[in-house]
Ligand binder design. Structure first.
Ligand SMILES: Cc1cc2nc3c(=O)[nH]c(=O)nc-3n(C[C@H](O)[C@H](O)[C@H](O)COP(=O)(O)OP(=O)(O)OC[C@H]3O[C@@H](n4cnc5c(N)ncnc54)[C@H](O)[C@@H]3O)c2cc1C
Length: 337
């Protein structure tokens, strides 16, 4: 059981915010959680489970509670059929390293999620997605520690209630659980998913598509479009891409023909939020410490020394401008703490 007090979180969040935690507790094993819950003074304090901090914004100078930093590691082979291999992955594993591990073992399905920072546990909470793939398509079950009954439970894919950047861990199970491991069903057969425009373009001219080639193409696209958070702190997309009804889409097309929309399978229309932010002029109006990325206005950046509150205020300004001009409500993808 390792814990620190007055711990600086600057290196534990990709926005590089200089917040502090009263207590910072590293969790490597189930026994660490058992020791934690036995400490009454810790259990009485606010609690935050932290993976790699790539989807959080600390807006207060101090988290007045215990940060449980996930350090659970290990990948175990569970079973194999002619078509699939099942792997149980500890939630503190780095997600992109897991993708790389799978590719080296010729196991497929995760390659389009290449380059997404964060832990395996954080990936489940958020149901991460990119380039036409979502994590929910690979998850068989999730094992979590429940801080209410102090037991370990397993839920299957359906029980996770996955949605667009959403899962049961953001609702009924929010703040109550520590995801310990995730069981993935990986395919032995490779089926390329290259419907996404920019990816298709990048891969033109290749007669044979290998998973490693697709991973490399995605990593290069991400490198071009997403600023390095070590230089300009960010958490990827700050807002979710909003969905509007067909009636709203019709109205939008009439009033704002410049706005691109994409019809979804369920009949709703998705609008790239970055486009709306760009059209509202935010690429031209950074503050000395906060701005949006030139390559993608959906990415809010710490330009140097920004306080969490300054980033949140800028996000609110964006939200207000988009609502006023386009009548669309933006919801944050990032968890505000
Ligand atoms: C440069 C950059 C690019 C990105 N690109 C993408 C992208 O393409 N697609 C995408 O979907 N996301 C993207 N993201 C967002 C982010 O990488 C993901 O949301 C990631 O899965 C977060 O994982 P994490 O371990 O960092 O979670 P954290 O930020 O540490 O935590 C996020 C939330 O999950 C909870 N949580 C984390 N671990 C656990 C656990 N073990 N048990 C219970 N709760 C837990 C936390 O309490 C918090 O509420 C990007 C971020 C960055 C910085």
């Amino acid at each position: 059981m390792v814990f620190y007090t007055e711990y600086s979180l600057e290196g534990s969040n990709t926005f590089n915010i200089k917040a502090k935690a009263n207590v910072f507790y590293e969790v490597s094993l189930r026994e660490d959680l058992d020791s934690f819950v036995r400490k009454r003074k810790f259990m009485d304090m606010p609690r935050l489970v932290l993976g790699n901090g790539s989807n959080v914004l600390f807006v207060k100078k101090r988290f007045k509670g215990v940060v449980l930093k996930n350090e659970m590691k290990g990948i175990d082979f569970v079973s194999e059929t002619d078509n699939e291999v099942v792997l149980k992955v500890a939630s503190g594993e780095d997600f992109d390293e897991f993708v790389d591990f799978c590719l080296k073992k010729r196991l497929h399905g995760a390659e389009n999620l290449s380059g997404i920072p964060g832990s395996v546990g954080g990936a489940v909470v958020q149901n991460i997605g990119a380039y036409g793939q979502e994590l929910k398509n690979l998850v068989q079950s999730v094992e979590y520690y429940d801080f209410d009954d102090l037991e370990v439970h397993t839920i299957d894919n359906a029980g996770c209630n996955f949605g667009y950047r959403d899962s049961v861990f953001k609702h009924e199970l929010m703040d109550k659980t520590f995801i310990m491991s995730v069981t993935f069903k990986m395919s032995k057969k490779y089926t390329p998913i290259i419907g996404y425009g920019a990816l298709q373009e990048r891969l033109t001219g290749y007669s044979v598509l290998t998973p490693m080639l697709v991973r490399k193409a995605i990593l290069s696209l991400r490198f071009e479009k997403i600023p390095d958070y070590r230089q300009y702190g960010n958490a990827g997309s700050f807002f979710k891409n909003p969905d509007i009804t067909p009636e709203e889409a019709q109205k939008m097309a009439k009033q704002h023909p410049e706005v691109k929309m994409f019809e979804q399978e369920d009949g709703m229309f998705k609008i790239p939020a970055g486009q709306l932010i760009d059209l509202c002029g935010f690429k031209r109006t950074p503050t000395p410490t906060v701005g949006v990325a030139y390559t993608n206005a959906l990415i809010l950046m710490n330009l140097g020394g920004a306080k969490g509150r300054e980033i949140l205020d800028y996000a609110k300004k964006i939200k207000k401008a988009v609502k006023q001009r386009y009548g669309v409500k933006l919801e944050p993808e990032v968890v505000i703490i």
